[in-house]
Design a protein around this ligand. Structure first.
Ligand SMILES: Cc1cc2nc3c(=O)[nH]c(=O)nc-3n(C[C@H](O)[C@H](O)[C@H](O)COP(=O)(O)O)c2cc1C
Length: 227
């Protein structure tokens, strides 16, 4: 069973504190270098997970799993599999984002039928499923699960920032070691780690971004965006 759209999530404030504006989330978020041990309240964590998993995915297949690591011993195990990055054991919460490369084949029908029950999608479930399978059988699955899982991951990161928490996305880990230490099945692709908590020192300096003229084109690759 798929669930209804949640109606009880924070939209303007959490614990009496206003949520950050969208622009300040985007501008003021920095990859946090170190965390205090202050716990993340369960209410915040649950809202982050529930908001993040509203992310879109191809065919709504939602090929993701999230392991919430909070116990100190488990955070140390994760740190050992993450090139010993101190923030992995410092942060009170680290989420391991995992993409599932095969499971969508088993859940496709449920997703389509439930979508239909919600009044979304096409009526011809068999036709949509066979179209999806024909398409996805030609996609490199590592890339495909990364594409989707990172949207949910990023949504969680931005939700945490909206609640005034600090975050650190990480790719510095040994995927095989993370899989073994956290019982991740063979088809699971470890996509990224997200540390959430409170920064223990001021944010690092803004590291700069490429200007749009170097990375945005108009109509075709290489054509200047600014006319
Ligand atoms: C997917 C991803 C993986 C990253 N992995 C690491 C990491 O393993 N260790 C680390 O210290 N920073 C990591 N970073 C942080 C980046 O270095 C940082 O986001 C980048 O320098 C830009 O800085 P800003 O996020 O503060 O704007 C990662 C960022 C992303 C998006």
């Amino acid at each position: 069973m798929l669930i209804e759209k949640p109606s009880d999530l924070p939209t303007t404030q959490i614990n009496g504190e206003p949520l950050k504006s969208f622009s300040s989330i985007m501008l003021d978020r920095r990859a946090t270098r170190g965390f205090t041990s202050e716990p993340v309240p369960e209410e915040y964590l649950s809202a982050i997970l529930r908001l993040g998993t509203q992310a879109p995915s191809g065919y709504n297949f939602q090929p993701w799993r999230f392991i919430v690591v909070q116990e100190e011993e488990q955070r140390k195990r994760l740190q050992a599999a993450a090139f010993n990055q101190p923030k992995v054991s410092e942060a009170p919460v680290v989420i391991i984002a995992v993409g599932m490369k095969r499971e969508w084949k088993e859940t496709a029908r449920e997703v389509m039928e439930e979508g239909k029950r919600f009044g979304a999608g096409s009526g011809d479930v068999d036709a949509v499923i066979s179209g999806a399978f024909a398409f996805l059988d030609h996609q490199p699955m590592e890339m495909w699960v990364n594409r989707h899982t990172m949207i949910a991951f990023t949504s969680m990161m931005l939700a945490a920032e909206a609640f005034g928490l600090d975050t650190a996305p990480m790719e510095g880990f040994d995927a095989a070691k993370v899989k073994e230490a956290f019982d991740i099945p063979e088809e699971g692709e470890v996509v990224a780690l997200l540390a959430i908590g409170r920064a223990k020192s001021p944010d690092k300096a803004y590291p700069g971004r490429f200007p749009l003229e170097r990375i945005v084109y108009r109509e075709r690759f290489g054509a200047p965006f600014d006319k």
